[in-house]
Ligand binder design. Sequence first.
Ligand SMILES: Cc1cc2nc3c(=O)[nH]c(=O)nc-3n(C[C@H](O)[C@H](O)[C@H](O)COP(=O)(O)OP(=O)(O)OC[C@H]3O[C@@H](n4cnc5c(N)ncnc54)[C@H](O)[C@@H]3O)c2cc1C
Length: 339
Amino acid sequence: MPGGVSVLQRLGLAEAAGGAPFYGVRYHFGDQTAEGRFPEADGQTVSGRGQRRKVLDHVLFKAAGETPGVTAHCGVRVDKPLVESGKVVGLLVEGEPRRARLTVAADGVHSRIRRFLGLDVPARRRRLGARVHFSLPLGRKQPPWVDVFVSRGHEFYVTPLPENEVLVAVLADGEALEETIECAFGRWWRDQPVLASRLEGAEQVTSLLCSSPLACSARTGVAPGVVLLGDAAGFLDPITGGGMSQALMTAELLTSYLRKGLPHADHWLWDFERDRRALLRDYILLTQVVLWLADHPSLAERLLSLLRVSPTLLSHLIGVSSGTRSLFGSQVRYLRGNL
Ligand SMILES: Cc1cc2nc3c(=O)[nH]c(=O)nc-3n(C[C@H](O)[C@H](O)[C@H](O)COP(=O)(O)OP(=O)(O)OC[C@H]3O[C@@H](n4cnc5c(N)ncnc54)[C@H](O)[C@@H]3O)c2cc1C
């Protein structure tokens, strides 16, 4: 989403990360479509990027490894945090203690570090997510949009990728599933005429990967000596598509605290946590509303029909989900002047 793309631009990594540009989100429901274009910033067109995680992660990891003073270790397992007198003082990594003045736990939605520190709050919803990648026949043009196909009980997200690949992801209520996700996934996308015709002749190039539960929550995102970041700090659902942007934006916020060096006392951690929550507040509120609508499909369809004739409002809401707009304002305060 654009909020994440702008962080990559500020890091000088947007070009290396590459990706297929897209200019907003289109919702398909029944035989109708509602288009939400990303709102402009300072008169400039704003775009998101569709890219495989393996490419983005490689670019980020390489840049981190090439940063003076950084030693990057790949393919190592973190066992647990090291805690002394109630403070995290590092990590146990494959049996080896690694001491640090600050530990950043960016270990995802099922964060081991969060669990070991007793900060886990069990997820209430049992939604599941699954994805595959397709390679489209040569010469088939991809629309520069993320297309969302809304059905009762599940939604498909179709994102253009470089080299004529396309990501097809589904989010669904895991408890209502009466067959394997493999069967449901194949049946569901073939039931969507627009999606089925877009994938006609396409070759599936990755196997189905599934994740559940999608939601996680942390009692707090910081504790003495440690910061939880990205999904590890709490995640509601990918339904509004901003997970990567929120992870990148909050990582950038953390670096703004550390730019002058790591403070000796830990008080700043709670200032950071307050700012992190403020940065994500509107996005989380919007995601809660959209999740509620996913449980009330008739209302969701009526609302989408209304938004279809209010493109400015839909565009504004897409801006909130993409991390560039506040719900009740224009640009996100923290990003002002940065986009
Ligand atoms: C089906 C689905 C579709 C999605 N689609 C989108 C989308 O289109 N756009 C978007 O922005 N977001 C999307 N998301 C959400 C997005 O994937 C997450 O928000 C994002 O990955 C969060 O990044 P992260 O770095 O916090 O965590 P992760 O990407 O989960 O990274 C955590 C890393 O920590 C590593 N790790 C974990 N435990 C250990 C350990 N013990 N030792 C060592 N390493 C460890 C993992 O291997 C992993 O590399 C989607 C999610 C799902 C489930």
